[in-house]
Design a protein around this ligand. Structure first.
Ligand SMILES: Nc1nc2c(c(=O)[nH]1)N[C@H]1C(S)=C(S)[C@@H](COP(=O)(O)O)O[C@H]1N2
Ligand SMILES: [Mo]
Length: 153
């Protein structure tokens, strides 16, 4: 295998976390249960896209990093947001409540494979099966930032 083929693209998981961490796609694959999502999303420029993704739940990966909220208090959790950035700078935001089992419970993934192909070299991809549009399927993830959304008084 070429050097390029073995190279991995890690991302940082940072923000208001007790245990910020850098993770490779291999670590995402080995450290968490892999879920599967058969999705169709619409792209404004390229039309409908159909893919099968596998990877851990974003919720489980972020929970392991210890978000700095009181996990027993739903109102505290409901103030948190996640910003996901791709290798080209494209970034998008999710609310914690979208993926929290007590709120939206959306099975959002950090993909380790797409259509059976490993993403180690490219980096993980965000998978939002409940989205009709593809804009939040951020590829080549470099950063996931987690924190409370503060509103000016
Ligand atoms: N890093 C990154 N990810 C991205 C985008 C982007 O511009 N940069 N575009 C999004 C949009 S608009 C769509 S529709 C899908 C397209 O996914 P595909 O190229 O795998 O079909 O990727 C999403 N993920
Ligand atoms: Mo798109």
């Amino acid at each position: 295998m070429s050097r390029l083929g073995t190279r991995t693209r890690p991302f940082v998981l940072q923000g208001e976390l007790l245990r910020p961490v850098t993770l490779t796609v291999a670590e995402l694959r080995e450290g968490w249960e892999q879920h599967r999502a058969d999705v169709v999303f619409d792209c404004a420029t390229a039309g409908p896209q159909r893919h099968t993704f596998e990877g851990p739940l974003l919720r489980e990966v972020v929970t392991a990093a210890g978000p700095a909220f009181d996990a027993r208090r739903r109102k505290d959790r409901s103030r948190f947001v996640l910003a996901v950035t791709g290798g080209d700078g494209h970034h998008t935001v999710l609310s914690w409540a979208e993926i929290d089992a007590d709120f939206g419970d959306a099975p959002v993934l950090l993909a380790t494979r797409v259509d059976g192909r490993a993403l180690d070299a490219q980096g993980s991809q965000l998978v939002v099966p409940s989205d009709r549009c593809g804009a939040r399927y951020v590829s080549a993830i470099t950063r996931v930032w987690v924190g409370a959304c503060t509103v000016p008084e």
